[in-house]
Design a protein around this ligand. Structure first.
Ligand code: NI
Length: 169
């Protein structure tokens, strides 16, 4: 098991845009394997490569702790094809924001295309928590964080906590 250090809010790498993966080589395979270990050890539902300091378009989602039918899903070079008009509000957390949870409104469903670790491209229509996790993690690849989706008022309430987190990172 190789656990990587999770980058916390305040580190500028979280605001960078990640670059596409050209080749699923050993380095990418090792990255994913380490991310899977890191996610499990931190009991998270999803993790994007920038959160371990790697600016590559890779994220993983693991909802097996809340849904027995789920397993680790790997998304390389993901593209959000469509999102549903219907929106839902759900509480979200993020491993880069320990202890911070916020109600976020996002589309209820998403259609995503990505490449798997086997190099095969796949396309999925997702709903529920999986859609939510995919949208959250995909944002990380564009330097977008979940706090960007909350109201200015909610952000004001969080200001102190965010400042302390950024100072500690
Ligand atoms: Ni996150």
């Amino acid at each position: 098991m190789a656990e990587q250090r999770i980058v916390l809010y305040g580190d500028p790498v979280l605001r960078e845009k990640a670059a596409p993966v050209d080749d699923i080589d050993q380095e990418v395979k090792d990255l994913v394997s380490n991310m899977v270990d890191t996610l499990k050890m931190n009991h998270g539902l999803g993790l994007a490569a920038p959160q371990v300091g790697v600016l590559k378009r890779v994220f993983i989602v693991d909802l097996s702790s809340v849904d027995l039918n789920e397993t680790v899903r790997v998304f390389i070079n993901p593209e959000i094809l469509t999102t549903s008009k219907e929106k839902v509000e759900l509480e979200e957390g993020c491993l880069s924001f320990p202890g911070i949870y916020q109600s976020i409104v996002r589309p209820a469903g998403v259609r995503v295309r990505a490449t798997g670790l086997d190099g095969q491209q796949f396309e999925l229509g997702l709903g529920g928590l999986t859609a939510r996790a995919v949208l959250h993690e995909n944002d990380h690849l564009n330097g977008v964080l979940f706090i960007d989706h909350i109201s200015p008022f909610a952000r004001t309430l969080l200001r102190g906590k965010l400042k302390r987190l950024a100072a500690a990172s």
